[in-house]
Design a protein around this ligand. Structure first.
Ligand SMILES: NC(=O)c1ccc[n+]([C@@H]2O[C@H](COP(=O)([O-])OP(=O)(O)OC[C@H]3O[C@@H](n4cnc5c(N)ncnc54)[C@H](OP(=O)(O)O)[C@@H]3O)[C@@H](O)[C@H]2O)c1
Length: 342
């Protein structure tokens, strides 16, 4: 086992529990929620591993979480950051097989925005050597969600709708959909991203900031008949898009990028058109999907990154000790992931 230091640099949570607010995954100043600290290096218990950080991605869920607006409570004084890539440097009983391996991980014991992270062995994926550390940092949360949700779309027909399609996850889903012979219909805010989305696999692109996006979507919907709406925005426009979809449509809300609270305006569609509104959370998928199926999906994800069908677009690198000063500004660029480095 490697000689480990007693303490480490970490960016830790300032608050406990939930905040009760719903302001969305944006911050003006990381210091409102986080602070730097020198804290003890955690010791792995049974089934756990300690990981020396190489890279960590910043996902919208991290921002929801530090603000107390996510599906699990904050723990004051513990490092932030869910997802990353690093080397296993210590293991608890039962997790010895991972010692020394470079892994993608989701932190469950002590967060990824620290020199060392702690998690369960089951939350680690040993990485093929041909996967870069940047792709390794974003190998689990978005790619597994993309695989699971495009499968939902595929079960309902060949066209599906993706909102916030310029997001990393949106691009992964458009590419996967195209490769499976499906027809992704992308919703974007910025007109200049239309060609980009088409190159990523979108069959049609609707620009939501242009005149009458609902009418434009309705015309596309009448032609393609999408039955599944994979929605990360979940605002009033999403509700109108759902209302413009055909009989049997499913509105799958999996993100809350907008802080607008939508109203349901056509309840009759649920009754007479067999439409459904539901959620998707990867945590739930992991608990309900058999391990063999998860392993198949993980192997497919790595193959897609290794051969370049998928890649992680990086907009900025922020060193751990600059999160407080630089993260809020870095997140303002919307063309890729912010990657934290030690
Ligand atoms: N439920 C789950 O299990 C699960 C798992 C993974 C991810 N997610 C969710 O998936 C979504 C995408 O994640 P990601 O990591 O791919 O995001 P990302 O790469 O950080 O991209 C988010 C993009 O969404 C667009 N956007 C932001 N606010 C918006 C708004 N109010 N209306 C419309 N578009 C907006 C922006 O692009 P433009 O500036 O180009 O519009 C932004 O760059 C997030 O909501 C995340 O929480 C959910």
């Amino acid at each position: 086992m490697t000689d480990l230091p007693k303490s480490m640099f970490a960016t830790i949570q300032k608050f406990d529990g939930y905040s009760g607010s719903a302001t969305g995954p944006v911050i003006d100043n990381a210091a409102d929620w986080l602070e730097n600290a020198e804290i003890p290096v955690p010791t792995p218990g049974p089934g756990q591993v300690l990981i020396k950080l190489r890279t960590a991605s910043v996902n919208p869920s991290d921002i929801h979480f530090i603000k107390g607006e996510y599906g699990q409570p904050r723990v004051q004084g513990t490092p932030a950051g869910f997802e990353g890539c690093g080397d296993v440097v210590a293991t608890g009983a039962g997790a010895e097989a991972l010692q020394g391996q470079r892994v993608a991980f989701v932190a469950s014991g002590s967060g990824a925005w620290a020199e060392y992270a702690l998690t369960q062995a089951q939350m680690c994926i040993p990485l093929r050597p041909d996967i870069s550390d940047d792709d390794g940092a974003a190998q689990i949360v978005n790619p597994l969600t993309a695989m699971a949700m495009v499968e939902i779309a595929r079960s309902e027909g060949d066209a599906f709708v993706v909102s916030a399609a310029t997001s990393q996850l949106g691009k992964l889903m458009c590419g996967l959909g195209r490769d499976l012979g499906l027809k992704p219909i992308a919703m974007v805010r910025r007109a200049e991203t239309v060609e980009l989305l088409k190159s990523h696999g979108a069959a049609e692109v609707v620009v939501t900031t242009e005149d009458d996006p609902v009418a434009k979507f309705a015309a596309i919907s009448a032609q393609y008949k999408p039955r599944v709406f994979l929605d990360a925005v979940s605002d009033q426009l999403s509700e109108q898009v759902f209302c413009a979809m055909p009989n049997g449509a499913r509105w799958v809300s999996y993100g809350k990028l907008s802080n607008e609270q939508p109203k349901l305006t056509q309840m009759g569609q649920l009754i007479f058109m067999n439409k459904r509104i539901e959620g998707f959370w990867l945590t739930q998928w992991m608990m309900s999907t058999p391990p063999e199926e998860q392993m198949r999906v993980v192997a497919e994800v790595q193959a897609r990154f290794a051969d370049g069908r998928w890649k992680t677009d990086v907009s900025a690198y922020v060193p751990l000790n600059k999160i407080i000063s630089d993260l809020a500004d870095a997140l303002k660029k919307s063309d890729g992931k912010v990657i934290i480095t030690p």
